[in-house]
Design a protein around this ligand. Structure first.
Ligand code: BEZ
Length: 237
């Protein structure tokens, strides 16, 4: 890919409003992100229908949909295939594929047809170094106000880790709810990171162990516990 080609590709960024579009899906037309206001959404792309990695991903995602629903998070898929291909592929998955204990899997979330690649290009899902005719495996986590909060891209050859996607939504929601950050590998119930103290006095009190429930590893690195049930309750909304 030369520099001109690279410059022509729109790449949304974290903190941007999710690019708007209307599209046809396996569940009817959608007006994105407008109709998802008030919900978290994972908009994700896959390279092609009737391919093995994508099939394993769709079966896993559909099987975990309830876990995402419990986080008020909707799923929306996309590939540059047409609607009839999507319908035939999802029917094949339901009727024929048994994989890792999953069978009779019905994909109920919408799958966007994007033959023109209009949506895929808006979201930087076409990455010509990898493929100019297929979308890479992109994941956009979008908040209830339509703002992109996290983006993850995987190559064609690599299936995604859906536990990690649950963790990403949980961590973003916990950070918003409690005004904290989350450390490496955080899961609900693990200690969270409290914001760096705004003044020397508060920092000293923290370091001296005077701020209740806060443990400091150094002046810039302080953590506290939040009860797992409290986190799980707060991030349900
Ligand atoms: C797959 O889903 O198996 C796949 C799709 C496109 C390229 C390589 C693998």
């Amino acid at each position: 890919m030369d520099n001109n080609e690279a410059a022509a590709i729109a790449m949304p960024r974290i903190g941007d409003k999710a690019p708007a579009f209307k599209a046809v899906t396996t569940q009817g037309e959608i007006d994105f992100p407008k109709q998802y206001q008030g919900h978290w959404v994972i908009l994700f792309s896959h390279p092609a229908d009737f391919t093995p990695v994508c099939t394993s991903e769709f079966m896993t995602f559909a099987t975990m949909e309830k876990q995402f629903e419990e986080l008020n998070c909707k799923l929306v898929g996309l590939s540059v295939d047409g609607l009839y291909s999507h319908i035939a592929w999802l029917r094949t998955i339901k009727e024929k594929i048994e994989y890792k204990g999953m069978k009779d899997v019905e994909v109920k979330f919408p799958l966007i047809e994007d033959i023109t690649m209009e949506v895929a290009k808006k979201y930087g899902m076409i990455q010509p170094g990898e493929s100019s005719t297929k979308a890479v495996r992109a994941v956009f986590v979008i908040d209830p106000k339509g703002v992109i909060r996290a983006m993850i891209y995987y190559p064609l050859s690599m299936g995604r880790n859906f536990d990690e996607l649950i963790r990403v939504v949980q961590a973003l929601k916990a950070a918003d709810e409690f005004g904290v950050a989350t450390p490496a590998d955080w899961r609900p119930g693990d200690d969270v990171i409290v914001p760096t103290a705004g003044s020397c006095g508060v920092a000293k009190d923290r370091m001296d162990g005077k701020e209740q429930g806060v443990t400091c590893h150094d002046w810039f690195f302080c953590t506290k516990k939040i009860d797992k049930e409290k986190v799980l309750q707060a991030i349900k909304k």
